[in-house]
Ligand binder design. Structure first.
Ligand code: C2O
Ligand code: CU
Ligand code: CU
Length: 559
């Protein structure tokens, strides 16, 4: 069994309706590969295995099915300068943010989401994009009006732990919390989301938006490309969901999904279903954030089945040193990719799709007797399957003389001469009732600190993922790191390598989240210099949110 490679579809087909066809003593691993010919898709078989609660009426799902390029007829929701959804709040001296349930029109349907809301001059801004310059001070009064405990985490920002949104500080419904910190990160695309424990449901239900930092490198880039946020500089928040009947977005992962990750089968970009964007013949910047709980995307811009080259100009912690020309990029939950697309040579009426291309998700299926009878996922859109995200429609030929600067920023390598090395093993174990993901053998415990280190030291972390595993997007709070090496990468990653250290284009900037594939070892450098007084308590965890909720998270203490 262990070495047999069988597709997830074959597996579903083989086991559907044949309860107990595979009786396994303990645990078996199946490697899921995706079928290479679309013709082998047996949708009806899969549909018949989807549990009752998530069955869409076929007609309504047909329109929403992201595997179909049709029906991309909803205008992409764009950040606007004041209110609305993704209203931009520039350099606020203070904001007052609430979490609250709100009905949102999602084109086909109205759903009750949980959103962040800022009331400024009586006009609500939903999931506001907060924008500050490096060095500015930020204050937020936060009030929780959803029926769960919660806390806001500013993902990627270097703040003291009292402002970081550790679950230790989670507040009840009706409670409030005050944040105040100086924005000290490089210019770039950061984000904010809830971080109680567990957290997945809240992000899934809509709580997530951008935190954009500007600096002089960003000013220079904006000038050379003539960019305007919300017009030619487009934040894209990608999230997969399941749209059941009714006005609720339900989040009810089954045991297998709690272990593997909860996948949606409809895809929202900026809370827009099947979106389109009118574009002109010029350069566009897309700040892409994967805000899905578990889905990894392999992004490409495609015109008539052909990929268009594009430049990666930035990642999690801001701009790269120079643009990297690519034709695909992986983006895991919580990662950001800053891409520039050249549309200058296109003609009026041309259509370009932002797609997620098919890939081998390398999910070694872990099964126990108790979950054998369950369908492993209630999603019709499988892991690694290709689908459409956003349709770009070329409307106007325009005169344009912008250029991508060849020098975007300076990235000083972290000095690792006196660094100590620490091994971090991503693994799993069979607990009493349930399989669990572990970090160095630990599961999350609010009061224990499996990683303790001294401030103002540099460490090299060697993060090792087991061969029989899943890809884990690992994330650290409080610091940005640099990728030193990638070893034993799967072929799809090896193809992208840029140097003899195995690094791929997205490894060339400052990172806070990094996807580690099964069998892979990644070495990173972290400078634990801190400007905050006292012990700082942060987190290191997997940003597959079901893995995180399942306990794949540990505290770290910097003393
Ligand atoms: Cu995006 Cu610990 O979080
Ligand atoms: Cu974070
Ligand atoms: Cu994980």
């Amino acid at each position: 069994m262990r070495n047999r490679r069988i597709s997830r579809r074959d597996f579903l087909i083989a086991t559907s309706g044949v309860t107990g066809a595979l009786v396994l003593g303990g645990m078996a691993y199946l490697s899921a590969t995706r079928p290479t010919t679309p013709g082998t898709i047996m949708t009806s078989t899969i549909a018949s295995t989807v549990p009752e609660t998530s069955v869409h009426s076929t007609t309504s799902y047909g329109k929403l099915d992201p595997r179909e390029p049709g029906n991309f007829s909803n205008r992409l929701r764009l950040p606007t300068s004041s209110n609305g959804i993704f209203g931009i709040i520039r350099s606020p001296s203070s904001v007052s943010i609430h979490t609250r349930p709100r009905l949102l029109d999602l084109a086909e349907t109205v759903k009750k989401l949980w959103v962040y809301e800022e009331i400024l001059n009586e006009a609500p801004t939903i999931n506001p994009i907060i924008m500050l310059r490096r060095g500015e001070n930020f204050k937020a009064s936060f009030r929780n009006e959803i029926p769960r405990e919660t806390i806001i985490h500013w993902h990627g920002l270097t703040v003291d732990w009292r402002n970081d949104g550790h679950p230790y500080y989670a507040i009840d419904h009706g409670g409030s919390y005050e944040y105040e910190f100086t924005v000290n990160n490089r210019g770039g695309t950061y984000w904010y989301h809830p971080h109680p424990h567990p957290a997945a449901e809240q992000i899934y239900k809509g709580l997530a938006s951008f935190f954009i930092i500007e600096d002089s490198d960003e000013d220079a880039l904006r000038q050379s490309l003539d960019l305007t946020l919300g017009k030619t500089d487009i934040p894209l928040l990608i999230q997969d969901k399941r749209f059941e009947q009714g006005d609720q977005l339900t989040y009810d992962p089954n045991p297998m999904e709690r272990l593997m990750g909860f996948l949606g089968d409809t895809v929202l970009v900026n809370l827009t279903l099947k979106p389109y964007l009118d574009v002109d013949t010029r350069y566009y910047r897309f700040r892409i954030l994967n805000g899905s709980t578990a889905r990894i995307c392999k992004l490409a811009f495609v015109k008539n089945e052909k990929r268009l080259p594009f430049h990666i100009i930035g990642v999690d912690g801001g701009l790269l040193e120079k643009p990297e020309l690519v034709d695909e990029v992986f983006i895991a939950p919580a990662e950001r990719v800053d891409a520039v697309l050249d549309l200058r040579s296109l003609s009026q009426g041309d259509i370009v799709f932002l797609k997620s291309l098919g890939f081998d998700p390398m999910h070694m299926e872990m099964m126990m007797g108790s979950v054998m009878n369950h369908v492993e996922t209630g999603s019709k859109l499988l892991e690694g399957e290709d689908f459409f995200l956003l349709k770009l429609i070329v409307r106007n030929k325009v005169a344009y003389d912008g250029e991508i600067p060849q020098k975007l920023s300076i990235i000083e390598p972290i000095n690792t001469t006196n660094a100590t090395e620490r091994a971090i093993h991503l693994s799993s174990s069979m607990g009493a009732q349930m399989m669990q993901w572990l970090i160095n053998g630990h599961t999350f415990n609010m009061d224990s600190y499996p990683i303790q280190l001294k401030r103002d030291t540099v460490e090299i972390w060697k993060i090792i993922n087991m061969p029989q595993s899943m890809p884990h997007p690992t994330h650290i709070h409080g610091y940005q790191f640099q990728v030193l090496n990638r070893i034993n990468s799967p072929p799809e990653i090896n193809r992208l390598r840029t140097d003899n250290r195995g690094r791929i284009p997205t490894d060339l900037g400052w990172k806070d989240t990094m996807l580690i594939w099964p069998g892979e070892t990644v070495k990173i450098a972290i400078d634990f210099t801190t400007r905050f007084a006292g012990d700082q308590k942060y987190l290191f965890h997997c940003h597959n949110l079901e893995h995180q909720d399942n306990g794949m998270m540990i505290n770290l203490k910097v003393t």
